[in-house]
Design a protein around this ligand. Structure first.
Ligand SMILES: [Zn+2]
Length: 353
């Protein structure tokens, strides 16, 4: 079998998740998430494929014999890069997980038809998928590296719990058959069995919890909220911020194993989040007081150092304030304003010399 045919086949088999971007774009035209449109499921569905065939394909795959493996980017080269982007007039900082052990950036990202070069919404949602196969990070990376596969995810987790990155967090992946969802969600493909309930190994499950907690912390998602009700999920009511592929397409993904554990995932992730919130590091040393100018269009002053504290007031670009203390928290470094006015996230400011 030729490499191209192999990749084509794999892209058809891997994750019931994959969807052509045309469909994703189509769904994105609607203001409300499209949950009724038919998908390419019938063609791409793993359920239509003999599991033994998939197993043979996966077992028979040798990454060393694949030309694409040479393009593998050095781990860490991209994965730790952070960036600040202006999204809907607001400056949003993006980073990637330091838990990543393997990086291979996919060309399948953002919305080419709209000429977007990064995601168009800040990250406020987590979408967990199953690969519908115990695929290695490398194999998954090679499939996503093929532009014809028209599929990708931000992260992947293999059966041993290793974590890979294919699309940086600042970019929109092509994963959930819905542009609107993927512009706001971090998508994660988890290696799973190849048939319902698409069980995932304990090692992969544990890594998933760690990765999701890490994503939440860096993107200021204070609490992960799962709703058993699809409408609540896709409209993000009641603070729901977890969606699943089957919300947007006629698919089994993420499989019943993971679907039935979404509440457990939220619970375990929230335990980590609240534990870390209690271990904020102490005040860092710096020269106080110093002056800062607000560089964000608008930013909030809060009662304490962190977004979980109430907003006291809002300040505007160009205004100057005096910082008398600093505190490092999960969401960055915060500065205390003079006269006990409140705390500000220093990423929205620049030092006045
Ligand atoms: Zn999926």
């Amino acid at each position: 079998m030729t490499k191209n045919l192999f990749l084509r086949l794999m892209s058809a088999l891997l994750c019931i998740c994959f969807m052509i971007p045309m469909f994703a774009g189509c769904a994105a035209k609607d203001k409300q998430p499209d949950t009724t449109a038919a998908s390419a499921e019938d063609v791409l569905s793993l359920e239509n494929v003999d599991p033994e065939t998939l197993e043979q394909l996966v077992d028979g795959y040798d990454p060393e014999s694949d030309d694409l493996s040479a393009e593998r980017s050095a781990s860490g080269e991209v994965s730790l890069a952070g960036t600040v982007l202006t999204i809907n007039g607001e400056e949003v900082s993006f980073s990637n997980s330091k838990l990543v052990e393997y990086t291979k950036i996919s060309p399948n990202k953002n919305d080419p038809y709209k000429k977007t070069t990064h995601r168009t919404h800040k990250i406020d949602t987590i979408t967990i998928h199953c690969m519908a196969g115990q695929l290695s990070l490398e194999l998954c990376g090679n499939v996503f590296a093929d532009a014809d596969a028209k599929a990708s995810s931000n992260y992947g987790i293999d059966k041993d719990g290793r974590i890979g990155m294919y699309v940086e967090e600042k970019d929109r992946s092509w994963c959930s058959s819905n542009s609107e969802n993927d512009n706001r969600a971090v998508t994660i493909e988890v290696a799973s069995d190849s048939s319902e309930p698409y069980k995932v190994n304990d090692a992969a499950y544990k890594s998933l919890i760690k990765l999701v907690a890490d994503i939440c912390q860096r993107n200021e998602i204070k609490k992960l909220v799962w709703s058993a009700d699809k409408y609540t999920r896709i409209t993000h009511q009641k603070d729901a911020n977890m969606t699943v592929h089957r919300d947007f397409a006629n698919k089994s993904c993420p499989g019943d194993y993971l679907y039935s554990r979404m509440g457990d995932i939220a619970k375990k992730v929230n335990a980590i989040l609240s534990q870390n919130a209690g271990t904020k590091t102490s005040t860092t040393k710096s020269e106080f007081p110093y002056m800062v100018k607000i560089k964000a269009k608008m930013t909030d002053i809060r009662k304490g150092a962190g977004t979980e504290y109430d907003i006291v007031t809002t300040v505007k670009k160009g205004e100057v304030y005096t910082i008398v203390e600093e505190q490092k928290v999960n969401s960055g470094t915060w500065g205390k304003l003079k006269n006990d006015i409140g705390w500000i996230n220093l990423k929205d400011t620049e030092k006045v010399k």
